[in-house]
Design a protein around this ligand. Sequence first.
Ligand SMILES: NC(=O)c1ccc[n+]([C@@H]2O[C@H](COP(=O)([O-])OP(=O)(O)OC[C@H]3O[C@@H](n4cnc5c(N)ncnc54)[C@H](OP(=O)(O)O)[C@@H]3O)[C@@H](O)[C@H]2O)c1
Length: 238
Amino acid sequence: MIGSIWAQAHRRAIGAGGALPWRVPEDMALFRRMTRGCPVVMGRKTWESLSPKYRPLPGRANIVVTRNPDYEAPGAALAASWAQARMLAERGDDAGTPKTRASAAAPGPATHEAHAPARRSRAQDAPLAWCIGGAQLYAQAIADADLLCVTDLDIEVPQADAFAPEIPDCFEIAAALPGRGWLASASQAPAGSAASGGEAGPVAYRFTLYARPEALESPALARLAQLLDSRGQAAATS
Ligand SMILES: NC(=O)c1ccc[n+]([C@@H]2O[C@H](COP(=O)([O-])OP(=O)(O)OC[C@H]3O[C@@H](n4cnc5c(N)ncnc54)[C@H](OP(=O)(O)O)[C@@H]3O)[C@@H](O)[C@H]2O)c1
């Protein structure tokens, strides 16, 4: 089964100038908890945005999507399309092998209506793989995603140039932290961004897990909902 995980500011902003416009440790901790042990698929630009110190992301099979067959991503597998990456990630065998390229015919994009039965059976037993960005990959993965893990940040990023997709209406909120209102991050609103109300201060954030109806009863979702609540040092503001 497929999940997409991202953090977004106002206007669904996720990036600026090829980088994350903020540093919110609670979000990074959630990302690690949620993706640990699972294959992660990312676009070539997101791979390049990771510090060489932290790539490949440890404890996870890394799959990088690029149209460049000669691209070098040491420690990661390569895929020529989102569909091929998904196949590699769900199969789980080749993922993580450096310079591996998927060669078998890849399945086409799924639509909700046509693939509900397949989604339902996948949701019961298939291992979870994550799309971890960026904007181009999220846009392609959303049609196949069973689950979404979204961190909302209550900041405006005027210089944003990468955006998350709109969440389709068929997704339901499966879990949220906090249930209402926001948590206060240990980090301050980054330079050039404005916290809600224009005031400087800690970044306010909240986590939401969304699922398609077919995935609402899945064991993977139940496990993720538990992980969502292991929030470390976060403090509720309302
Ligand atoms: N806030 C968050 O949670 C979050 C998470 C991840 C990333 N980000 C941000 O998102 C931004 C990067 O996003 P982006 O949209 O610019 O780039 P991206 O999605 O990370 O990567 C785009 C690249 O992926 C490859 N690609 C995309 N679709 C493909 C396809 N169908 N077939 C083959 N290759 C394909 C292409 O690589 P080639 O050009 O090599 O062919 C393309 O240039 C950065 O600012 C990053 O910091 C934010």
